[in-house]
Design a protein around this ligand. Structure first.
Ligand code: RFL
Ligand code: PHB
Length: 390
């Protein structure tokens, strides 16, 4: 098979890139290791910046998002019984949207056939070849048949564990920066109304907790857990009791309980792989960087990466202009590092770090006092939360 751009991975970055290229008449194929049902049912992000919703509008795949997404004009930082509301609309004139990554992924996959975007699901043994040369290729096995896809370029959109970044590491070109945090988030999704109309990020003596949502009838909560804890350590009642203790005193409606649709633990990590281009291979999204979820930036960074990459590939094909391809890494990294900083800042402000004592906690309280009383601080937080401009 021959194509112009071979895309590895059908998460948000691969799907958005594929659609942006197809909208410009560029031929591309997505190769995905998992089956469609698996990709469509992964529960992950929930908050979209306008950078991401703008891309969905540009693609004309926004009808369901516009109808069902919840516009959020603010969010809250909580410290014991104190709720500090960050009025993002008043401070920035903008908003964020609650619309699940699951829904966004489904919309993009559903629109693929009519846009001529080929997605090859259940591709086994996906491997990249010749990215240093003029004619790179992706090989894989589908339904027992081996397939070689020759392309002009390869986009590595295969997440943190995919093969694309490893090709660059093996070539000896890794420039990477990492910080692991000594805790994870235990998440629960349930069909119960959210406890509060806006998200609440809470710093409690027992650790961080987040009250989020997917819709007016579906809640998403997280609490900080140690790295040794397992989902089995948390029977649903124990988790609901803990969430009620944190959020009943500060939320409008109190925590409503219901059977878990999903529970899982995710570790927290900050990671940047700066070598986002190697020859004809370009990395985007989680393949190149991870943020702790505290700022809701992961999916949105994937979207901004592919906005830069799509523009660069379109300039290459439309006007034989490779300046944006050359600039891709620098443009993407400038935004990535700022989002890394914000996610790291909010993570440090809102979590209890094992081994840290009363002084560090007083520093968190002093910072929250300052945020509560300073419009300038609130504005800085709000403009990062809604997403810095492309
Ligand atoms: P993905 O979504 O991981 O997709 C990568 C795809 O590549 C496939 N793949 C392969 N395909 C072919 N061959 C191989 N060998 C392959 N290996 C892997 C995978 O199957 C998959 O389909 O990366 P992408 O597209 O870059 O998207 C990134 C986002 O998914 C991620 O950043 C967000 O989910 C992060 N995140 C959040 N981001 C936000 O913007 N807002 C949030 O509110 C938010 N909350 C979260 C989050 C992530 C979480 N977890 C579970 C890590 C909350 C959580 C709990
Ligand atoms: C979510 O709803 O899953 C969510 C929301 C905000 C975050 C992280 C996750 O910062």
């Amino acid at each position: 098979m021959k194509t112009q751009v071979a895309i590895v991975g059908s998460g948000p970055s691969g799907l958005l890139l594929g659609h942006l290229l197809r909208a410009a008449g560029i031929d591309c194929v997505i190769v995905e290791r998992q089956g469609r049902a698996h990709v469509e049912s992964r529960i992950r992000a929930g908050v979209l910046e306008t950078v991401t919703t703008d891309l969905m509008h540009r693609l004309g795949i926004s009808a369901r998002m516009d109808a069902e997404g919840l516009i959020e004009d603010g969010f809250n930082l909580a410290d014991g019984e104190r709720l500090i509301r960050i009025d993002i609309k008043a401070l920035t004139g903008r908003h964020v949207m609650v619309y699940g990554q699951t829904e966004l992924t489904r919309d993009l996959i559903a629109a693929a056939p009519e846009r001529g975007l080929k997605i090859l699901f259940e591709a086994k043994d996906v491997a990249l070849h010749g990215v240093d040369g003029d004619r790179p290729a992706v090989s894989c096995e589908i339904d027992g048949e081996s397939l070689d896809i020759e392309a002009d370029f390869i986009a590595g959109c295969d997440g943190f564990h995919g093969p694309s970044r490893k090709v660059i590491v093996a070539a000896g070109h890794a420039r990477e920066y990492e910080r692991e945090y000594p805790f994870g988030w235990l998440g629960i999704l349930a069909d119960v109304p959210p406890c509060h109309p806006e998200l609440i990020y809470s710093n409690d003596p027992c650790g961080f907790a987040l009250a989020s949502m997917r819709s007016a009838t579906r809640s998403r909560y997280y609490i900080q857990v140690s790295l040794t804890e397992k989902v089995e350590d948390w029977p649903e009642d124990r988790l609901w009791d803990e969430l009620a203790r944190r959020f009943d005193p500060i939320s409008q409606h109190g925590v409503a309980r219901g059977p878990a649709l999903e529970m899982s633990i995710a570790p927290l990590r900050s990671y940047v792989f700066e070598t986002m281009r190697h020859g004809r291979l370009f990395l985007a999204g989680d393949a190149a960087h991870i943020v702790p979820p505290t700022g809701a930036k992961g999916l949105n960074l994937a979207a901004s990466d592919v906005a830069y990459l799509a523009d660069a590939l379109i300039a290459h094909y439309r006007s034989a202009d490779d300046r944006l391809l050359t600039l891709y890494e620098a443009r993407a990294l400038a935004r990535i590092w700022k989002a890394e900083r914000f996610s790291w800042y909010l993570t440090k402000l809102m979590h209890r770090f094992p081994g840290e004592g009363a002084f560090e906690h007083r520093m968190q309280t002093a910072e929250l006092d300052y945020v509560a009383g300073s419009q300038a601080m609130q504005k800085a937080i709000a403009e990062n939360y809604v997403g810095l401009p492309l």
